[in-house]
Design a protein around this ligand. Structure first.
Ligand code: NAD
Length: 497
């Protein structure tokens, strides 16, 4: 266990102290500094993790580099690597209750959601890529040139090297699994930095990976703040690739930092995804569908349907139905079995969300329901429906990452598509209609990486996900999710020399 002892005290509460996993060591930060980890449902710290500095990142990268160079993982047979990934999935299943408990304490999502959805998806991701290990293949090539020499020519797929993995707080363990499982499947060695708000399940997963037989050094976890530990990973000359999920703004700074050694990048960034409800939609499905699209995980989902575009003939019915659905959603502490959504991640995030609503009101928008934080402990914020918005308002243009939906009318399909695409983002979208031609036509016209028809699609490990435009570079999940961790090498063997 990395959770070594009970120590420290804040507001009279004992804090569980965790350590980083670097090589085969469990370590505090070289600076001796710590980060308090807060339960967002109570607004109180309950644990602390080391605050890694550049020197700690250097050590983690050195361990990863050594493990890559000495072939202790990538040199294994596909079958042997696959078995380790499969065992990681088994251990995730076996420790599901413990991991769900940690994840919800740290992130705030209801325990029932973590147990029923998050943990099974994490295990499934490791199993999917356990299978993928055995399908990493090169090909034999008949050369196209006119020369008379003969060659045996073939390609090999090789791991890209040391991968830096930086993840956010909104789905800590799941977003880590989407990167770590394919990186390990490819044979990479890794340095992981979880979000400073939610570091615990990454540390626990690292222990399970070692228990599953992953050689020490192949997975290193540094805990620290983005501007130090994260930035050090992004700029590190000995890291070959960075896979980052987070805000578009930080994605841009990673792009700059990665220039030094021309790191390959996968960027899964922000979104402002549209939900299009046409006049012929089945509203009994579209209204709850639109509510789920924005309010799940308290709106802290990159693909959240935060812009609801509705045909003008049905907008009144949709808005009143959505308000009823919003009011019926039960906010609660993670262990409350009737809770459907939990708190926002932090007081800072709640102030940010509230700021967008206040700005919207100043700009002339109207709050139909929600729009004010409740009294009491925790960083809760109610599902909020806003109308009277204009495409130029910050509420409509910027990613809020909270349970706020902006509703706008459209007159026809062309206007609906134009509004849907009037955003710098392009992560997801959904089309609600009973007209099959329109469904496919509009799905094809929305400029986003994932579009649902009569569903605001949740991801599946077999389906690639990622962003058009400023929502990112590259794809995760499915066969596409393995590609960013592989290089292709061409080998030519002269056979007639
Ligand atoms: P964030 O960008 O602030 O932080 C994400 C991670 O990056 C954290 O681990 C943080 O410590 C680290 N980081 C911060 N500054 C850094 C720097 N200068 N260099 C390197 N790393 C740095 O994002 P957040 O507020 O933690 O998460 C919310 C954002 O994540 C939202 O914008 C959301 O859309 C996005 N997100 C996107 C996806 C996706 O798949 N596209 C999924 C989940 C979240």
């Amino acid at each position: 266990m990395t959770e070594t002892q009970q120590s420290g005290s804040l507001a009279g509460q004992a804090l569980a102290t965790w350590q980083m996993v670097i090589g085969d060591a469990r370590r505090d930060a070289s600076s001796g500094e710590w980060i308090d980890v807060v339960d967002p449902g109570l607004g109180q710290p309950f644990a602390r993790v080391p605050q890694a500095a550049e020197a700690d990142v250097d050590d983690a990268v050195a361990e990863a580099r050594t493990s890559f160079d000495d072939l202790r993982w990538r040199g294994w047979s596909a079958d042997r690597r696959s078995q380790v990934l499969w065992r990681i999935a088994d251990l995730v299943d076996r420790h599901s209750a413990e991991l769900a408990d940690l994840e919800t304490r740290n992130q705030g999502m209801p325990l029932s959601f973590a147990s029923a959805h998050v943990l099974p998806s994490v295990a499934r991701t490791f199993r999917y890529y356990a299978g993928a290990v055995e399908r990493i293949e090169g090909r034999a090539v008949d050369l196209a040139g006119p020369g008379t020499r003969r060659f045996h020519a073939y390609t090999r797929r090789e791991p890209i090297g040391v991968a830096g993995i930086i993840v956010p707080w909104n789905g800590p363990l799941l977003s880590l699994s989407w990167k770590l499982a394919p990186a390990l499947a490819a044979g990479c060695s890794t340095v992981v930095k979880p979000a400073e708000e939610t570091p615990l399940t990454a540390l626990r997963l690292a222990e399970l990976c070692l228990e599953a037989g992953l050689p020490p050094g192949v997975l290193n976890v540094v805990t620290g703040v983005g501007s130090r530990a994260g930035a050090a990973i992004a700029a590190h000359p000995d890291i070959d690739k960075v896979s980052f999920t987070g805000s578009t703004e930080v994605g841009r700074s990673i792009l700059q930092a990665a220039q030094g050694n021309m790191k390959k990048l996968t960027l899964e960034l922000g979104g402002k995804s549209p939900v299009l409800v046409f006049e012929d939609a089945d509203l009994s499905a579209a209204i709850p569908g639109a509510a789920t699209a924005i309010f799940s995980n308290a709106g802290q989902i990159c693909t959240a349907g935060s812009r609801l575009l509705v045909h003008e003939s049905v907008i009144e019915e949709v808005v009143s139905g959505l308000a009823v659905a919003a009011d019926a959603i039960r906010l609660g502490y993670r262990t409350d079995e009737s809770a459907q959504i939990g708190p926002l991640i932090s007081q800072r995030q709640r102030q940010r969300v509230d700021g967008y609503v206040a700005q919207g009101l100043r700009d002339g928008a109207e709050v139909v329901t929600g729009g004010a934080a409740p009294e009491g402990a925790g960083f809760f914020y109610p599902p909020t429906v806003v109308t009277g918005v204009h495409p130029s308002m910050s509420l409509v243009r910027e990613e809020i990452f909270g349970p706020i939906v902006a509703v706008m009318p459209f007159a026809d399909e062309a206007e609906a598509v134009a509004l849907a695409n009037d955003t710098p983002y392009g992560l997801a979208g959904s089309v609600w209609t009973e007209d099959i031609d329109r469904a496919h036509r509009v799905a094809g016209l929305i400029r986003a990486g994932r579009v649902g028809v009569n569903v605001h699609a949740s991801p599946d490990v077999a389906m690639p996900t990622g962003g058009f435009k400023q929502s990112g570079w590259g794809r995760e999940l499915g066969p596409d999710g393995l590609e960013p961790y592989l290089e292709t090498k061409s080998i030519l063997v002269a056979v007639d020399a």
